[in-house]
Ligand binder design. Structure first.
Ligand SMILES: [Zn+2]
Ligand SMILES: [Zn+2]
Length: 241
């Protein structure tokens, strides 16, 4: 049975369509065996994003809240098919963790070729840590080509429980994506994308799918906090994790 020890994509009330505080998220996480969470509220171009000061002040948060490690991050919007996101240099300097996602509100869906080019370019963007919900039906792309590139550039591929639950087409795409990550030995992270604290670290649908295809636990980077921490520190040696 796959168990998760970290959740690398969560929202707080700083995104206005989310409903819990960072403290509530951490308390729920601790009670459910989650040792670390990334706090990844929406970046600036999203209609419900916080002011940039939200990111500039993240330094005042402690490393752990009620025993849970907090990675101070953002869910960036991929804004084009050239590998760009909507976070400026100064704001990036305050961030420890960047999820990069396509959203129809901040990038107009185009062709499969364009989406593929976009993901290949975002793989090369050094500030991006994890590819957020790359299962969205309206941003279809050449998965195998991109999965190989994500591996080459040390990006984690996200399997997003909220997308599986609420976004049409995401379930089938997530299954296909997991099969390709298994085939090519690419790290995935099974994340909640929680918008309410009781969802933090919870991904029963994604876990069931992973188990149904015998997805190797050692490739689920957030199933082992020690392993994930080593991965992050290798990439960001200055982080005091
Ligand atoms: Zn998203
Ligand atoms: Zn999100």
């Amino acid at each position: 049975m796959i168990k998760l020890e970290a959740d690398l994509h969560t929202h707080t009330i700083a995104s206005t369509h989310a409903y819990s505080t960072i403290t509530e998220n951490c308390n729920f996480a601790r009670e459910h065996g989650i040792k670390a969470i990334a706090m990844t509220d929406h970046a600036m171009l999203m209609p419900d994003a916080p002011h940039c000061w939200h990111y500039h002040n993240l330094k005042i948060l402690p490393r752990t809240i009620n025993g849970v490690v907090v990675l101070k991050g953002a869910e960036a919007n991929i804004v084009d098919y050239e590998g760009n996101i909507d976070i400026d240099e100064e704001t990036l300097s305050y961030l420890e963790w960047v999820v990069a996602s396509y959203h129809k509100y901040t990038c107009t869906p185009s062709t499969v070729d364009e989406h593929t080019k976009g993901y290949l370019k975002i793989a090369e963007n050094p500030v991006v840590d994890i590819i957020g919900h790359p299962t969205t039906a309206m941003f279809e792309y050449d998965m195998e080509k991109c999965v190989k590139k994500f591996k080459e550039y040390n990006k984690i591929v996200e399997i997003n429980e909220s997308s599986i639950l609420y976004k049409k087409g995401s379930r089938n795409n997530a299954l296909e994506l997991m099969k390709l990550c298994k085939k090519h030995g690419v790290y995935i992270s099974i994340d909640s994308d929680a918008h309410f604290h009781e969802l933090v670290g919870q991904a029963p649908q994604a876990i069931e799918m992973a188990e149904s295809i015998g997805f190797p636990q050692e490739l689920i980077i957030n199933s082992d906090w020690d392993k994930l921490r080593d991965f992050i520190v290798a990439k960001k040696p200055d982080l005091d994790l």
